[in-house]
Design a protein around this ligand. Structure first.
Ligand code: CDT
Length: 316
């Protein structure tokens, strides 16, 4: 049996600071139309897709900060993307900065939505692993202030029945943590979609620049294979307001193999036909969690001996 889903991973080139949202949305609609033309069922856009990746700059003026956030989704400005999806009959994933009033206060999250082929929102995810700092870092060529601008996501790692399978979302830094994939896989995810804004140079670890692309694919391929899940990861690529970002947008099969990959650092649609049933075949074999995963044994040695706990073997 096969359950084929054609997915377009819509890599974005840089978004200039003075580019209006309407122009960015035109670019996304163009990629969406290319996908529809090629028979895509689902288009995956990147993290914080509508504006430049503003956590790279330190800002204190609330109104300047809020201008990067979406106050509703869809909004009059983003509605054309939803309308075009419904007209074309394709679903999409969109990352955006979310500003919301909850429990009597303004809250800001790094969020994404999954939208069906009818243009309606299926589900929302809020990024859990926020990298970087909560305050200005002097002496850095650029900042990474996600902890300043966003709260930690409070929606967990949900999955949804959609597009003929079970779908979950993560956002950028989440992909470096094995538990993100495992949580989604334990909830039945057959497809994980995500966007990322990853600088080539990490000011906190300048020596690792040459490994940025390798670590991206390493995380995605390991996560896909170890959880028998399709992974679609989409970059905002190229030099954006002076910050050089990796590309490497790709679709990874549950075998861990990259089956399609971007070749540029610009707007580029990467298309792959994904058989969701491949996840089930692998989960009946090597990656059969119920048959082979032995979580109850993982901690036995620590519990019997105390060895490997923070106290070591020093007790009694
Ligand atoms: N957007 C985001 O989460 N970026 C981080 C940069 C961390 S620096 C290695 C990422 O994990 O790609």
């Amino acid at each position: 049996m096969s359950r084929l889903l054609t997915i377009g991973a819509a890599q974005q080139g840089p978004v200039a600071g003075d580019m209006p949202r309407s122009a960015v949305i035109e670019r996304l609609i163009d990629l969406m139309r290319q996908g529809a033309e090629a028979g895509c069922d689902l288009i995956v856009f990147t993290e914080v897709a509508l504006v430049p990746f503003f956590p790279h700059w330190h800002m204190t003026d609330e109104s300047q900060i809020d201008a990067y956030f979406e106050h509703e989704m869809p909004s009059p400005e983003t509605q054309p993307l939803f309308d075009e999806a419904a007209r074309l009959g394709v679903g999409f994933h969109l990352g955006f900065a979310e500003l919301t009033a909850e429990e009597g206060e303004i809250r800001r999250y790094n969020s994404s939505v999954l939208v069906g082929a009818d243009g309606r929102i299926i589900g929302k995810y809020r990024k859990i692993h926020l990298p970087g700092y909560d305050r200005y870092q002097p002496g850095q060529p650029f900042q990474n202030l996600e902890k300043l601008y966003f709260r930690v996501g409070d929606l967990g790692f949900p999955t949804w029945r959609a597009f003929g399978g079970t779908v979950g979302m993560m956002i950028c830094n989440d992909r470096r943590w094995p538990e993100s994939y495992r949580m989604l896989a334990l909830r039945g995810a057959e497809l994980i979609v995500m966007g990322y804004n990853t600088p080539v140079h990490n000011p906190a670890n300048p020596a690792s620049g040459h490994l940025a692309g390798f670590h991206n694919h390493l995380s995605l391929q390991a996560g896909a294979y170890q959880n028998a899940v399709w992974v679609v990861a989409v970059a905002k690529a190229g030099v954006e307001e002076g910050v050089e970002q990796i590309g490497g947008t790709c679709v990874v099969a549950p075998t861990g193999q990259i089956v399609a990959q971007a070749t540029t650092l610009e707007d580029e649609l990467v298309i792959a036909r994904c058989d969701l049933d491949l996840t089930q075949r692998l989960r009946r074999a090597t990656l059969n969690f119920a048959a082979h995963r032995r979580i109850e044994h993982y901690d036995l040695i620590s519990r019997r001996t105390g060895f490997g706990t923070p106290e070591g073997g020093d007790e009694d």
